[in-house]
Design a protein around this ligand. Structure first.
Ligand code: CP
Length: 307
């Protein structure tokens, strides 16, 4: 079955993921003008560095062009009261694909109902961030060389973090996965994700002590406490509780990696020199992988390659 819109991680099975990994590797090595003459619209109602710029770079590298409104909440007609549906009806007449980030969960689904062109969910509130999850599993595959038999710790804000939610949905496609959730008590992983993991035979536990589990995992997936998505009381209870610093960094196995969707703030407290040189720091390679995965994704949906 083809993929028209990219709305949630569950749409992707193992076959299509490995197709995307191969295509991303190919596009990293050889240039392509497969989107020559096409136009991508980027519509971001929330801030972004990596997602917006990597999608825009991906489009340009494939020979396409980009139209953009970077702060759509203020600089699009949303400020005059225009609905998402009306904005999308109009923008889908100007472009061949729309990449959209929105503060409301479910916004990408609403957009997909009225769009004439593919919609890519670039993050919807506390919902999902599926293209981040695809670049995350691509990074794990490149770094650890497997996606089955994996032990992964997910650390930090597991309650409002859409990257963790989308990643859990994708890990459910693989075998013998063990997840250790480490989070402040007020920011635990949601029951819906736990139900999904149980249904897909993914083992998981919730732990409180980060240092205890650092030596035993292949991947430490750190996340930021998202101040912008919670009240000050919850933020103060959670902030600073889980940090990777020079004190506990050496507990991490030499073949394991630290990932982070970025931006990171104080939950990673390592020197620029360590971040630059230590191969266990995978998050900058992870961000770069996003470019090639997004090239593969745009090529897939705009050229309708997987139907
Ligand atoms: N990982 C991620 O979504 O980063 P940005 O918010 O910078 O796009």
């Amino acid at each position: 079955m083809g993929i028209k819109h990219i709305l949630e991680s569950q749409q992707f099975d193992r076959d299509i993921l490995f197709y995307l990994f191969e295509r991303a590797d190919e596009l990293r090595k050889n240039s392509s003008m497969s989107l020559n003459g096409k136009i991508l619209a980027t519509l971001f109602y929330e801030p972004s560095t990596r997602t917006r710029l990597s999608f825009e770079s991906a489009m340009i590298r494939l020979g396409g062009k980009v139209i953009s409104t970077e702060n759509a909440k203020e600089f699009s007609s949303a400020i005059k009261g225009e609905s998402i549906e009306d904005s999308i009806r109009v923008i889908s007449g100007y472009s061949d694909c729309i990449v959209m980030r929105h503060n409301e969960g479910g916004a990408a689904f609403i957009a997909s109902k009225v769009s004439k062109v593919p919609i890519v969910n670039a993050g919807d509130g506390k919902g999902q961030h599926p293209t981040q999850a695809i670049l995350d599993v691509y990074t794990i595959y490149k770094e650890i060389k497997r996606l089955d038999k994996l032990k992964i710790a997910m650390v930090g804000d597991l309650s409002t973090g859409r990257t963790v939610r989308s990643l859990c949905y994708l890990l459910g496609k693989f075998n013998e996965i063990e997840i250790i959730f480490v989070s402040p008590e007020n920011l635990r992983i949601g029951e819906d994700i736990k139900e999904y993991l149980k249904k897909h035979n993914v083992k998981f536990v919730e732990k409180e002590n980060l240092n205890d589990i650092l030596p035993e995992v292949d991947v430490i997936y750190m996340t930021r406490i998202q101040k912008e998505r919670m009240n000050m009381d919850d933020y103060e209870k959670a902030n600073g509780k889980y940090i990777i610093s020079k004190e506990n960094f050496e507990l991490i196995n030499e073949n394991s990696i630290i990932m982070h969707p970025l931006p990171h703030v104080e939950e990673i407290d390592l020197s620029v020199d360590v971040e630059q040189k230590d191969k266990r720091i995978a998050y900058f390679r992870q961000a770069e992988n996003g470019l090639y995965i997004r090239m593969a994704l745009l090529d897939l949906i705009i050229n309708n390659r997987y139907s």
